[in-house]
Structures are given as C-alpha cells and as structure tokens.
Design a protein around this ligand. Structure first.
Ligand code: SF4
Length: 316
C-alpha cells in the first residue's frame, strides 16, 4: 500500500500511481521520440514505437538488490508483495489514462509533430520493467492478457529467480520475455544481485533451462549488464548461459552510472560502447551467435544466431 507521503514523493519524481501498487513513469526515450530526437534501442532492434510505449510496473518490490540498480532500494527489497494487489483490468485502464496525462504537455510542444502526438495518445506498447520484479505480482499472466486484448505488444523484464512464476506466463506469453542475467557464475551473482531468497541462482538456472521451450510462444531475450571491473570476464561462462537457454536475442549492455547506483559503484565501472562490443564478440567466440546490431547511445549490442525477417516488428 502506498502511503500518501510516498505518493507525493513519487509524483514529484514523475511517477503516476494507479491503485495500491502500480506505477507509470514516462521513459526518457518516449520524450526523446516525441521531440523528434530519436527512439530507444528497442525501436532500432525490434520496431517498438517509443512514443507509444507505456513504462510501468504492477509492483515496486524486488527479491534482488542489485548493486547496479538505479532505484532507491530502501523499502524496495522484499520477497513478496503486501496488501491488496491491483486488478489487471484496473491496471490496464489506469496506466493508459496515466500515460495520456503524463504526455499531455507534448500537445503544445513545437518540436512534436501533431500526428505523432495523436499516436502517443493511443499507446500500443507496454514495457513491464519500470521497477520491482514483475513476477512478484501474482496476476501477471492475466495482466499481459488484458493488454493483449487492447492490441498492445508486451515486453516483460524479469530476474528469473522464480521459475514457477515464469512457467505460469506460458498461460499468456508476452510478445517478448526478457531474463536479466548479471553474472556468469553463482559467486559473482551473489555479490552483484544480492538476492534475498534461498536458491536464487538455482531458480535462475531453472528458468534459463525453460527458455528453449518458451521461445516457441514468446520472443526470448537474455540481457547481460556489464559492470567494468566486476563481471567483464569469464566469457566462456557467459557463453555457457547462452547455450543453456538458446535465446532468440542476447542484449549485451553497459551498466549506466545513474540514479542511486552512484552510491554503490564508481563512474569507472561504466564500460564504453566499444568495450561492450569487444566483450560481446569475445563471448560470441564460444557460442554460435554473432553481432547483428548495436545502439551506441545506449551502449548495447545485439547477438543472434541468425538475423530474421520479422526481427523488427511492424506496428500500425
Ligand atoms: S521500450 Fe523501454 S526504452 Fe523503449 S520507450 Fe519503452 S520503456 Fe523506454
């Protein structure tokens, strides 16, 4: 349950709250796209219209406390949600209204094309990645279903620690399922992700072993976050994680020295784009994946076995 003083604090930080737990915040790249200054790397890699994307979460708690997380981890790290969860239908309607409210100011922005503003008032994509661990929201498959009923594409970003919850997602597979993998072995995982539940690494490995089956129904993505001086090593072990999960896509991305992570890490821990690219190529030497695309502003590269026609999806 969000206390009134926290609600006010969130509002001042640009969040809109919906119900008891749900939050929406305008993504940097949605604003950039509306100003005609370019969309996000998921626009380049997968065709997502950043100006039509809702960045949201049905929960703000997480069972990991990653050292590189930009979020304020106080009141954030918990094994489960507490207090009346929000209903999927209410979340969908509420987040659409919140998005329109958050973007309404662009209607008068001289840099924003009128047609693009009109489209932004009709969001078509949801990124369930804003905060917390979405699988801690017990009705995640139902929520994905409600967005699909409204014609949305859905990206779910999970830490994969709860394989039983990931398996439940097969009831309503998201358009794209991301599993964040921040370390090539259990020792480094424990140092970097600082999980608060037992057998977290085993849970993640179980989830990864399920991905070959899941990719029949959902586009599967591994996201590797590289932290210079901490996990940019053991290329062979990173490759083994790819081999285990056989994902459609592997995004190798730089840790970004932003937000509250600056209290836990140094600016020197943020690798340059070329360093990310070189290390991704190093990993690719040990597994039959190759570098297919890149987005320098986000310091991210895309590895795939083979590119394919429908990688960049078409949206009306
Ligand atoms: S897909 Fe992610 S990065 Fe792109 S606009 Fe949506 S929230 Fe932002």
């Amino acid at each position: 349950m969000i206390e009134p003083n926290v609600k006010l604090l969130l509002k001042n930080q640009g969040y809109e709250t919906v119900g008891n737990h749900t939050r929406v915040k305008t993504c940097h790249w949605t604003k950039s796209d509306l100003r005609g200054e370019g969309g996000c790397y998921k626009h380049k890699f997968y065709g997502i219209n950043s100006h039509q994307c809702i960045q949201m979460t049905p929960t703000f708690v997480c069972n990991n406390a990653c050292v590189f997380c930009w979020r304020d981890l106080r009141y954030h790290t918990q094994p489960a949600m507490e207090g009346g969860i929000d209903a999927p239908e209410d979340i969908v309607d509420g987040t659409i209204e919140a998005q329109k409210k958050l973007l309404s100011g662009f209607g008068g922005n001289p840099k924003t094309e009128e047609a693009k503003f009109e489209r932004a008032m009709n969001p078509q994509h949801v990124a369930i990645s804003l905060d917390g661990e979405p699988t801690l929201y017990p009705k995640l498959p139902e929520l994905v279903r409600e967005y699909h009923k409204k014609g949305f594409s859905t990206f779910v970003v999970s830490n994969g620690l709860l394989p039983e919850r990931i398996a439940k997602l097969l009831q309503e597979p998201p358009t794209q399922l991301y599993i964040s993998v921040d370390a090539p072995n259990e020792e480094l995982f424990t140092i970097i992700d600082r999980p608060i539940i037992k057998n977290a690494w085993q849970g993640l490995m179980k989830t990864l072993s399920m991905l070959p089956e899941i990719r029949e129904k959902s586009r599967t993505v591994l996201r590797f976050t590289l932290i210079k001086g901490l996990n940019m090593d053991y290329a062979e072990q990173w490759a083994e994680i790819i081999r285990l999960s056989n994902p459609m896509f592997v995004e190798v991305k730089a840790y970004m020295w932003v937000g509250m992570s600056r209290e836990r890490l140094e600016q020197a821990n943020m690798p340059l784009h070329d360093e990310v690219k070189e290390f991704a190529k190093e990993i690719a030497k040990y597994v039959d994946y190759k570098l297919i695309d890149e987005h320098e502003p986000s310091r991210v590269v895309l590895l795939m076995k083979e590119d394919f026609e429908g990688r960049v999806m078409k949206f009306e």
